[in-house]
Design a protein around this ligand. Structure first.
Ligand SMILES: Nc1ncnc2c1ncn2[C@@H]1O[C@H](COP(=O)(O)OP(=O)(O)OP(=O)(O)O)[C@@H](O)[C@H]1O
Ligand SMILES: [Mg+2]
Length: 258
C-alpha cells in the first residue's frame, strides 16, 4: 500500500483568552489542541479521525490543509511538506467543512469559476469539471441562483463541488454530514464512496460511529490531542462494534471518567 499522507509529531497550541479559560474551566493560558500526533493514510482509502468534542480533529485537519501552521512536526501530503511546500500541498488537496460559508451574493456558476481560476485551471477544463460536478449534485438547475436563496443541502453540495474543482488527489473533510438532513447526508456519503472508487484518498473527521463504520477503511481515535489507536476498522472492531470499542478506549484513557 502506498502512503499518500504521513503526519509526524504534529503539535498545535492556542493561547486562551480569559473567556476561553472560563469556558475550559482552567487557569492555564495555553491549550494544547494537538499533542504530537502521527499517522499515515494510504492512497485510495477512506481514513477517519474519530474523537470526542475538543479532541483536536479539526485542528489536525486544518494543519494538514495548511490553513494553520503546526507549532511542531510535519506532514508529507502527496509528496509535499505542509511546512515548506504549502502551495503544492494545496494543489493536492480539497478541504471541506460543513462550516464553510460561501459568499451569499454570488451564484454557483460564478463561485465555481472563481475557485477554479484560483487553482489555475484552464477554462475548458473548468467547464468540463463544472458540468460533471453540477450534474452529479443537481446544482445545474440552480447555477444562476444566488447562494443566499439555496437550501442548506444545496449550499453544502456546492461547497463540495467548489472545493474539488481542481480534481485533488486527497479530499480532507471535517464532519462531512454535520447539520445535513438524511437525504443530503446520503448524497455526500455516496459521493465519498465514489471518490474512493476513483482511487482518491479521503481523510475525514467524525464523532458519528455509524458513519465511520459505513465509510472508513481505517480509523484513528484521537483523545486530548493524542492518537490513541490507529488501525483498520476490522482490527479495531474485531470482537465488538465501534461504539463499544471507542468507550472502552475512552474510559481507559480518561481513567474511568466518562
Ligand atoms: N483558535 C482557537 N483558539 C483557542 N482554542 C482553540 C482554537 N481552536 C481550537 N481550540 C481548542 O483546541 C481544542 C481542540 O479543538 P478542535 O476544534 O480541534 O477539536 P475537535 O476534535 O474538532 O472537536 P469537535 O468535535 O467539537 O469539532 C479544543 O479544546 C478547542 O477549544
Ligand atoms: Mg471539529
Amino acid at each position: 500500500m502506498e502512503v499518500i499522507l504521513k503526519a509526524t509529531g504534529l503539535r498545535k497550541t492556542f493561547a486562551l483568552s480569559k473567556k476561553q479559560q472560563r469556558l475550559e474551566k482552567s487557569d492555564k493560558k495555553i491549550k494544547v489542541a494537538v499533542d504530537g500526533l502521527s499517522f499515515e493514510a494510504y492512497k485510495g482509502e477512506i481514513f477517519g479521525l474519530l474523537g470526542p468534542n475538543g479532541a483536536g480533529k479539526t485542528t489536525t485537519l486544518r494543519m494538514l490543509s495548511t490553513l494553520i501552521k503546526a507549532d511542531e512536526g510535519d506532514a508529507i501530503v502527496n509528496g509535499h511538506s505542509i511546512n515548506t511546500e504549502p502551495d503544492k500541498v494545496r494543489q493536492s488537496i480539497g478541504f471541506l467543512t460543513s462550516e464553510l460559508k460561501l459568499e451569499e451574493f454570488f451564484t454557483p456558476n460564478y463561485l465555481f469559476d472563481f475557485f477554479a481560476t484560483l487553482h489555475g485551471i484552464s477554462s475548458t477544463e473548468c467547464a468540463a469539471r463544472k458540468k460533471t460536478l453540477f450534474e452529479r449534485f443537481g446544482i445545474d438547475k440552480f447555477a444562476e441562483v444566488k447562494v443566499a436563496n439555496l437550501s442548506t443541502g444545496m449550499k453544502q453540495k456546492l461547497s463540495i463541488a467548489v472545493s474539488i474543482a481542481h480534481d485533488p488527489e486527497i479530499i480532507i473533510f471535517d464532519e462531512p454530514t454535520n447539520g445535513l438532513d438524511v437525504i443530503t447526508s446520503k448524497v455526500v456519503t455516496d459521493f465519498l464512496i465514489d471518490l474512493k472508487r476513483e482511487g482518491k484518498t479521503v481523510i475525514l473527521s467524525t464523532h458519528i460511529f455509524s458513519l465511520a463504520e459505513k465509510l472508513c477503511d481505517r480509523v484513528g481515535i484521537i483523545i486530548n490531542g493524542k492518537m490513541i489507536t490507529c488501525d483498520t476498522l476490522q482490527n479495531i472492531c474485531a470482537d465488538t462494534d465501534l461504539e463499544t470499542r471507542f468507550f472502552e478506549i475512552y474510559e481507559k484513557e480518561m481513567g474511568g471518567q466518562v
